[in-house]
Ligand binder design. Structure first.
Ligand SMILES: C[S@@+](CC[C@H](N)C(=O)[O-])C[C@H]1O[C@@H](n2cnc3c(N)ncnc32)[C@H](O)[C@@H]1O
Length: 245
């Protein structure tokens, strides 16, 4: 059986349900990241788990050299229409190294990890990122603030998007936030599940300590305001690579 994240993210329905996570949101966030990190134009950026490439495309429009990669073949096939000399997309599992590449910045945006049943896979993923990040390079992780999500868990919800009614339920089991998504389309019934590990700042601290990265800053939203575990919507981590050996 395929992992849930290999199938659900590869469907058109994932993109319909999350269509509010669009280019304008990506542009605001990327502009704030560029300002805060003061990234010069010759730097090489990887958008890790890029989906259809909304952040990569905007970074490239700003003049950066960008690679975007994702496990979803459908999303990469879509993103490829935007390729140019300084923008490339490829299918890649983020747990694996990328050979013959070195990036100055690696962005993992909009809750694009925490999917693996085995927590060791989070460390495997971070060690892989470590292997292709230049010394002094920076990893940016934009994750949900799991603390707030769990405290304010919306147990049931119905959302109508593009004429499809998505019936959603949420529960927390063994440290994973499990979202069940049911809907009908074209006379067919569908059911998908998202299982995202509720990774807290202290867990990231622990995982990142096992690599050559160290957390240098933490923010709580796309305006990059201070992180507050109770109230922030996001947990946005800047981690800098500094070879420890
Ligand atoms: C919530 S989406 C975010 C996509 C994109 N970063 C954005 O903001 O639009 C998570 C993405 O992670 C990708 N993904 C899931 N597991 C992956 C893996 N093992 N390796 C690489 N990408 C993966 C999915 O295919 C999906 O595109």
């Amino acid at each position: 059986m395929k992992d849930w994240f290999s199938s659900w993210f590869d469907t058109k329905y994932y993109h319909i349900l999350y269509k509010n996570r669009d280019f304008s949101e990506a542009e605001i966030f990327i502009s704030n990241l560029i300002d805060k990190l003061d990234i010069s134009k010759h730097k090489h950026i990887l958008d890790l788990a890029c989906g259809k490439g909304r952040h990569s495309i905007f970074l490239n429009q700003l003049g950066y050299t960008v690679d975007g990669c994702d496990l979803s073949k459908q999303s990469i096939a879509y993103a490829k229409q935007f390729e140019n000399d300084k923008l490339h997309f490829f299918v890649h599992d983020m747990r694996e190294p990328i050979s013959n590449k070195s990036y100055d910045y690696v962005f993992n945006l909009f809750t694009s990890l925490g999917y693996f049943d085995e927590k060791e896979d989070n460390i495997k993923m971070l060690k892989s990122v470590d292997s292709y990040t230049a010394n002094d390079g920076v990893l940016v992780i934009d994750f949900m603030n799991a603390n707030k999500v769990i405290k304010n868990l919306v147990k049931t919800e119905s959302k109508i998007v593009d004429g499809i009614t998505f019936n959603i339920t949420r529960k927390v089991i063994d440290g994973f936030i499990i979202k069940n998504i049911k809907f009908d389309d074209d006379g067919e019934s569908f059911e998908f599940e998202e299982r995202v590990q509720a990774i807290l700042l202290k867990d990231f601290d622990n995982y990142i300590a096992q690599t050559n990265f160290s957390i240098v800053k933490v923010f709580g939203n796309y305006n990059l305001d201070t992180f507050d575990a109770e109230n922030s919507d996001r947990l946005i981590i800047f981690a800098k690579k500094n070879n420890k050996n």
